[in-house]
Design a protein around this ligand. Sequence first.
Ligand code: NDP
Length: 311
Amino acid sequence: MTINVQFSARPDSWDYFREPLKTAFAGHGLNVALSRDHDPASVEYVVYAPQSGPQMDFRIFPNLRAVLGLWAGVERIVNNATLQVPLARMVDSGLQEGMVEWVTGHTLRYHLNMDAQITDQNGVWDRVYPPLARHRQIGILGLGALGGACASALAALNFQVTGWSRSQKTLDNIRCLSGRDGLDEVLKTSEILVLLLPLTADTDRVIDARALALMPKGSHILNPGRGALIDDDALIASLDSSHIAHATLDVFRVEPLPADHFFWHHPKVTVTPHLASETRADTAAAVIADNIQRHEAGQKMKFLVNRKSGY
Ligand code: NDP
């Protein structure tokens, strides 16, 4: 029997995902008709990424069985009241690898003080040795698919890693904390803080003036999570007072970040244009095919979003 799968995402991603999806469906023994313009009444699954404009009205698909997100972050889908079927988000090994590389690269920039040689060279033979990673404390807010992978990679480089999550975790070589006290503790001890939380009502502006004040003077922030995790004005104030030394921001409240936004011009901010990581078609297509196969077999899909907790 043919399964009708609707692809609903930006037009350019159709070219990127179409063939990998078809290959993955065939590889999983699924007879799928993949299209961008099925008759809505025939659609059983939607492979989905939000586009600009109004929210999708999923009620046009009366026979919808599940929605499979192409993105890890679901804050633009999770409150869509017209979505009444299971929603799976994207957990993709390619996405994880990319995030590990971005976080590790920018962590090492701060850890080794690379800017001193790359941008601040001044002809002075001034040898300041960086500490070993084993003497550098890294905090990671969010120990999920991405934060957990980054924590493990940094711990494998010998960094002292403390992670914070909603539920208490046990991970090899990582000090795992949870709860309000746990947050304060990770903030107090982070020389480099990495934000990999989802954006929810609970995490909105988790990094505010109070949180920044708890961090050690001269510490650094990496935000590849979501822009609204940080109170922007509080961050700028903290950078201007030299309490926080520098921030590298990949995500913003408004994207694309407007050309005249102060983050572009602030000497203590590096902007990367939401490129920390990306869903990779080959690996992600296999995840989607596997999940449809599971659903068709009456099994629970993987990576289901909890609509109540918002991620
Ligand atoms: P997961 O859902 O796998 O992990 C989220 C983590 O955050 C979990 O450890 C969770 O705790 C923790 N968490 C959630 N809410 C709270 C809270 N209120 N207090 C403490 N901890 C909390 O997400 P991913 O790791 O897959 O992705 C994380 C985010 O990364 C995405 O939501 C997205 O915003 C961002 N992202 C950015 C990209 C980029 O290119 N910049 C690319 C892809 C994603 P628990 O484990 O207990 O549930």
